[in-house]
Design a protein around this ligand. Structure first.
Ligand code: NAP
Length: 295
């Protein structure tokens, strides 16, 4: 079993992004700038935003966090998003999900300009991804592709099962794995909560990508020997042995099935850091376009 180490790859990507910031500086240009909107006081959302901002600081990107209380009005968010869309100094904007129930998540995320949509959620970016055109790839699927590429995993002709069909992970992941690209060319099956006999699909799959939000769902008896397992899930579960009072687990029962796999992502340290890496890469890509369009 080989661990797919997202934390190590994030460090490597950060080094190359640091060099890109230096090149911009040498060219008398400003650094890339990521803005994040955080609504409410959900501890997990705060942790995710903090991790993204910390990564920006480490590589010399500028960052701004825009905080709102849980009862913020939707119009206030939309107005702020418009300001950021119009700003020449901000290259990427993310809205940390989930949002409170009174806010229309689609309306808010789709009001981010597709040119600053570094999470890759906007319909224009999703549409361009499907057509294989230049776009921001959705951050988590993009990170998974980068991880498979880093470990030179051959995906062509392999049976790839994606479990979960969310707009931000499962659905775009299934599209990327079936593209005619180096990491791609897999024969993809997309499973969801209505899928029957899931076990028969997991047992046949060469590559299994699990993004369902059910802790330790995928078990050893469900996979074939030497499968490649990518765990997108992330859950805090109570643990007395940890000082924090909780531990992180994924959608895969890592300890039970790891030895049966050829490659597997750990939680934490697998897909999570790669989502951050993609966000930073997308922000740099946007910054270069915005900065050099003014020269
Ligand atoms: P989501 O929007 O909650 O959707 C879950 C999907 O899983 C749905 O398509 C659902 O099917 C399917 N599903 C649920 N239970 C199932 C079951 N027992 N068997 C088969 N399919 C099932 O998911 P998401 O936003 O993609 O998030 C999934 C997990 O990934 C969560 O734990 C989330 O926290 C984590 N996540 C991690 C990262 C990261 O960077 N590491 C990024 C994003 C998300 P239906 O469509 O039929 O309801």
């Amino acid at each position: 079993m080989i661990l797919l180490d997202g934390k190590a790859l994030l460090s490597k990507i950060k080094l190359s992004l640091c060099k890109e910031v230096s090149l911009l500086k040498n060219d008398n240009k400003r650094p890339p700038h990521l803005a994040a909107i955080l609504v409410g006081d959900n501890p997990a959302s705060q942790t995710y935003v903090n991790a993204k901002i910390k990564a920006c600081n480490e590589i010399g990107f500028e960052s701004t966090v825009i905080n709102y209380s849980t009862n913020v009005k939707q119009d206030v968010l939309l107005e702020k998003i418009k300001d950021v869309n119009d700003s020449d100094n901000i290259d990427g904007l993310i809205v940390q999900l989930p949002l409170p129930n009174h806010i229309d998540e689609h309306l808010v995320t789709h009001s981010i300009s597709h040119k600053k949509d570094v999470d890759g959620f906007h319909p224009i970016n999703i549409g361009r991804m499907v057509l294989g055109l230049d776009c921001f790839l959705p951050a988590t699927p993009f990170g998974i592709i980068s991880l498979l590429d880093e470990y030179n995993i051959a995906t062509s002709g392999k049976k790839c099962l994606v479990i979960g069909r969310s707009h931000i992970v499962g659905t775009p992941m299934s599209i990327l794995m079936s593209r005619n690209t180096k990491i791609g060319n897999a024969t993809v099956t997309l499973a969801h909560s209505k899928t029957k006999n899931l076990d028969s699909l997991t047992k046949e799959a060469d590559i299994i990508i699990v993004a369902i939000g059910v802790p330790t769902f995928l078990k050893s008896h469900m996979i074939k020997k030497n499968a490649i397992v990518i765990d997108v899930g992330i859950h805090r579960i109570p643990s007395q042995s940890n000082k924090s009072g909780y531990k992180l687990v994924g959608d895969v029962d890592f300890h039970e099935l790891k030895e049966k796999t050829a490659y597997i992502t750990p939680v934490p340290g697998g897909v999570g850091p790669m989502t951050i890496a993609s966000l930073l890469q997308n922000t740099l890509y946007s910054a270069k376009k915005i900065i050099y369009s003014h020269t």
